[in-house]
Design a protein around this ligand. Structure first.
Ligand SMILES: [Fe+2]
Length: 358
C-alpha cells in the first residue's frame, strides 16, 4: 500500500461489466478503496465526488475514449496516477495516453499479479512525486525566508558600518573645539536642503549620510595642519585639499556607500569650475556635493572660528548671496535661504526668537 494513513483509493473505468467487476473485486481484496465507472463521463463524475489516487482505465470505450479521458481527469485531479488497459494491437493509443499524462499501461489479457504490482508501483511513484513537490514548496519557502533574513542582516551590517565611520568622524572632530559637531550639523542641514529641493526621501537620506561622512578623508590630514590656528601655507593648503580624494578612496570597499562617494569627492567643487579636486562645473557637480558644499559654507560662517566672529543665520545667508553663481549653485542657495528663513520662523514661534543654526 502506498498510503500509510488510509487505504489508497482506486477508480476502475471499463465499459465491460465482467472485467470491471473482476478488477474491482481483486483491488478490494488488496485493501484498496475501490470506485467503478462504466464510461468516461461517469469516471469524471466519480473524480469530482471522491479523492482518488489512481485511475485504472480502459482505452476503448463508447463515448469518451480512454485517450480523451486522461487530460480531462488530470484537470479535475492533477495528482492522479493513471494506468491504462490496452489491447495487444493498440500501442499507438497507449503511447498517446502516456504523452497526455498517464503513468503506465498494461496489455490485456491482464495477469492479476502483474496488475497488483503495477498499481503498487504507480502509487509509489505518485507518492514520490507528491513528496518532491512538497519538498520543492518547502525549499522555496525556506529560500524566501532565508533571503529576507540575509537582507535584514545586510542592512544591519550596513548601518553598523556607517555608524563606525561616523564614530571616526566624531573622534576626528572632538580634537578641535571649532569643528565639534560640524559634520552632524552639515548632515542635518544638507538633508533639509535636499528635501526643500524636492528630492525623494531615499536620496534625502543619502545626502544626510554623505553630510555625516563628507570630511572623513581628514583622517589622512596631518594633525599639525588640521589643528593649525593661523593661515595655511600653499603646501599645507594643498595637503588639506587631499581630504576629498582620501575620503573617496576610503569608501569603495563599502559598496552600499557607493552613492555617497561622489558627494564626498565633490563637496569642494565650485559652480564656476574653480573648485577641487576635479574642477567640475555647474550641473557636472553631483547634486549631493553641491548641497553639502553649500551647507558646509553656511556652517563655517555661522559657527565661531579662531579667526572669525560667529554670524547670525540672517547675516550668513546675506553674506552667501555673493557666492551664488560663483561658488554655489544658485538653486541650492535659494533652497538654503528658504530653509533658514523657515527655521527662524519656527524658532520664533517656539521660543520667541533666538539663534537657530545649530
Ligand atoms: Fe571638506
Amino acid at each position: 500500500m502506498a498510503d500509510s494513513a488510509a487505504p489508497a483509493s482506486v477508480l476502475v473505468v471499463d465499459d465491460e461489466e465482467p472485467i470491471r467487476n473482476a478488477l474491482k473485486k481483486f483491488l478490494a481484496q488488496q485493501q484498496y478503496e475501490v470506485y467503478a465507472a462504466a464510461s468516461g463521463e461517469e469516471a469524471l463524475n466519480q473524480l469530482r465526488r471522491h479523492k482518488v489516487a489512481l485511475m485504472l482505465c480502459d482505452i476503448r470505450m463508447p463515448g469518451t475514449s480512454g485517450v480523451d479521458l486522461v487530460p480531462q481527469a488530470l484537470e479535475i485531479e492533477p495528482e492522479l496516477a493513471i494506468l491504462m488497459l490496452t489491447a495487444v494491437n493498440d500501442a499507438t493509443s497507449a503511447a498517446m495516453c502516456m504523452q497526455r499524462g498517464a503513468m503506465d499501461y498494461l496489455t490485456k489479457p491482464i495477469e492479476l499479479a502483474d496488475l497488483g504490482r503495477a498499481v503498487e508501483r504507480a502509487l509509489k511513484r505518485r507518492g514520490m512525486l507528491l513528496e518532491s513537490r512538497e519538498l520543492n514548496r518547502w525549499l522555496k519557502e525556506e529560500v524566501t525566508t532565508r533571503t529576507a533574513e540575509l537582507h535584514r542582516e545586510r542592512q544591519k551590517l550596513e548601518r553598523v558600518s556607517v555608524a563606525t565611520l561616523e564614530a571616526l568622524v566624531n573622534a576626528l572632530e572632538a580634537k578641535d573645539p571649532y569643528m565639534r559637531g560640524h559634520s552632524a550639523r552639515v548632515a542635518d542641514l544638507s538633508a533639509t536642503i535636499a528635501a526643500q529641493l524636492g528630492m525623494p526621501d531615499e536620496e534625502v537620506e543619502h545626502v544626510r549620510v554623505g553630510g555625516r561622512l563628507h570630511d572623513l578623508g581628514k583622517i589622512g590630514t596631518r594633525e599639525s595642519v588640521l589643528n593649525k590656528q593661523g593661515p595655511l601655507t600653499p603646501e599645507e593648503f594643498e595637503h588639506v585639499q587631499q581630504h576629498v580624494v582620501i575620503g573617496s578612496q576610503i569608501l569603495p570597499p563599502l559598496p552600499h556607500l557607493e552613492h555617497i562617494l561622489a558627494m564626498v569627492r565633490s563637496h569642494h567643487e565650485r559652480w564656476d569650475g574653480t573648485g577641487y579636486p576635479d574642477g567640475l562645473r555647474g550641473q557636472e557637480i553631483p547634486i549631493g556635493g553641491r548641497i553639502i558644499g553649500t551647507a558646509e559654507v553656511y556652517d563655517a560662517l555661522s559657527s565661531s572660528r579662531p579667526y572669525q566672529e560667529k554670524m547670525s543665520p540672517d547675516q550668513t545667508i546675506e553674506r552667501m548671496t555673493d557666492l551664488a553663481g560663483t561658488v554655489l549653485d544658485p538653486k541650492v542657495y535659494e533652497a538654503i535661504a528658504a530653509v533658514v528663513a523657515r527655521r527662524r520662523t519656527l524658532v520664533f514661534l517656539d521660543e520667541g526668537g533666538g539663534g537657530t543654526s545649530e
